[in-house]
Design a protein around this ligand. Structure first.
Ligand SMILES: Nc1nc2c(c(=O)[nH]1)N=C([C@H](O)[C@H](O)COP(=O)(O)OP(=O)(O)OP(=O)(O)O)CN2
Ligand SMILES: [Zn+2]
Length: 142
């Protein structure tokens, strides 16, 4: 795992947690402007997830690191992203359903925030960074 410092957002929460993870996945972007990215290919995606909150749970966790990994790595590792319902847009359809780095980052945020909304200590996901290649990454901040 490559450890890096990522851009952060100023906030006033007491705790800030980061979980880095990677997952191997294939994708293609079914849009005419996507060039060679319209052909199926693979990446080792790297995600950095930022969670904040003021209260810890009964274990003393803001959120269990392992739960975050299960939610994202468990769903996407060694899969074709276009095969997931959140990314299975067809050519000519709305671009928000293609697995671009931007859309992958947003979907990761939505999945994590839905999980956090059920936690009694109510943490929040402030930022999701997704790196697709060594030279390309996107940050999603709701
Ligand atoms: N805004 C976006 N642009 C591109 C995306 C994307 O998700 N959002 N995706 C791709 C391709 O999927 C491609 O895998 C990554 O592109 P790129 O960074 O251009 O990859 P290279 O290795 O060719 O880049 P270098 O500059 O040579 O390192 C394309 N665009
Ligand atoms: Zn790609």
């Amino acid at each position: 795992m490559l450890f890096q410092y990522y851009p952060s957002v100023p906030h006033s929460y007491k705790y800030e947690l980061h979980k880095d993870m990677n997952f191997a996945a294939a994708h293609f972007i079914p849009a005419s402007s996507a060039g060679h990215c319209a052909d199926m290919h693979g990446h080792t995606y790297v995600a950095d997830i930022t969670i904040v909150g003021n209260e810890l749970d009964e274990a003393g966790f803001l959120v269990n690191f392992a739960d975050l990994k299960k939610l994202i790595h468990g769903r996407y590792d060694h899969t074709l992203l276009n095969g997931h319902e959140e990314f299975n847009g067809a050519p000519g359809e709305e671009s928000g359903k293609f697995p671009t780095t931007e859309v992958v980052a947003k979907q990761i945020w939505e999945r994590i925030e839905a999980y956090l909304s059920e936690r009694p200590n109510r943490p929040h996901c402030l930022q999701v960074l997704v790196r697709e290649t060594p030279t390309s990454y996107v940050i999603y901040r709701p």
